[in-house]
Design a protein around this ligand. Structure first.
Ligand code: ATP
Length: 212
């Protein structure tokens, strides 16, 4: 059984908040592999500013020195609105020997009831919730039942069950977002220590963040 972390998002662009949190998930859960899955178009958000191919290139560059970390371009290739339920169904079918752990920020987790087929999502993966500064998990009454019934603080428990576990993970807090990075690029402000050094020049000359 391979334990595989799946980190979905816009990554418009990837930043150290994503990367550091990902590393801590891998360490704390002892994952065998970590996949970044950039979306084509997230249902609840305006389309990403950078093209799929740029976001993919930046991710590839950002993770190139980490064995076991890979880019999974399936949502970009599928195109259109990216639904996590479709992505997970595909992965489960293709890889019955993998155990998936979907990694998600606390802001997004609180809105899971708005996603497509929220009940099904809990049958397809374990859910690792990154506690993001300023975004406590607030589960509304409409939240799927598994979001609370699956809660555990014990990573070992997730290894016993195929799916439906929910682990809140306190990661080193980085109060940054891709929105803030895009804003800095537009203003010509320094990106040092907020994105990997290998990406800085490419982000500064990308041009796609120049207009407000
Ligand atoms: P935007 O500002 O464009 O909305 P974002 O920085 O929130 O973007 P996404 O690419 O949409 O980033 O995020 C992918 C996932 O990573 C989401 O589940 C999000 O909650 C989580 N995430 C983003 N930034 C952080 C951070 N600083 N710490 C922990 N998790 C984060």
């Amino acid at each position: 059984m391979r334990h595989v972390g799946l980190f979905g998002g816009s990554f418009d662009p990837v930043h150290v908040g994503h990367l550091r949190a990902a590393l801590e998930v891998v360490e704390q859960l002892g994952l065998d592999e970590l996949r970044f899955i950039p979306c084509a178009h997230s249902p609840g958000k305006p389309p990403p500013r950078a093209s799929g191919s740029l976001r993919r290139q930046w991710l590839e560059l950002a993770i190139s020195d980490r064995p076991g970390w890979v880019m999974d371009g399936r949502e970009l290739e599928r195109d259109g609105v990216s639904y996590t339920v479709e992505t997970l169904e595909e992965i489960r079918q293709e890889e019955p020997e993998s155990r998936p752990y979907w990694i998600i920020g606390s802001d997004a987790f609180s809105n899971l009831h708005r996603w497509r087929e929220p009940d099904r999502l809990g049958q397809l993966a374990h859910w690792i919730v990154l506690l993001r500064p300023g975004f406590p998990v607030v589960l509304p009454a409409e939240a799927p039942r598994w979001c609370s019934s699956g809660r555990t603080d014990d990573p070992a428990r997730l290894r016993q069950d195929p799916a439906g576990g929910v682990l809140y993970l306190p990661v080193t807090p980085f109060g940054i977002s891709a929105t803030a990075i895009r804003d800095r690029i537009r203003r010509g402000a320094a990106l040092d220590y907020l994105v990997p050094a290998s990406l800085q020049a490419a982000l500064e000359r990308a041009g796609c963040y120049d207009a407000p």
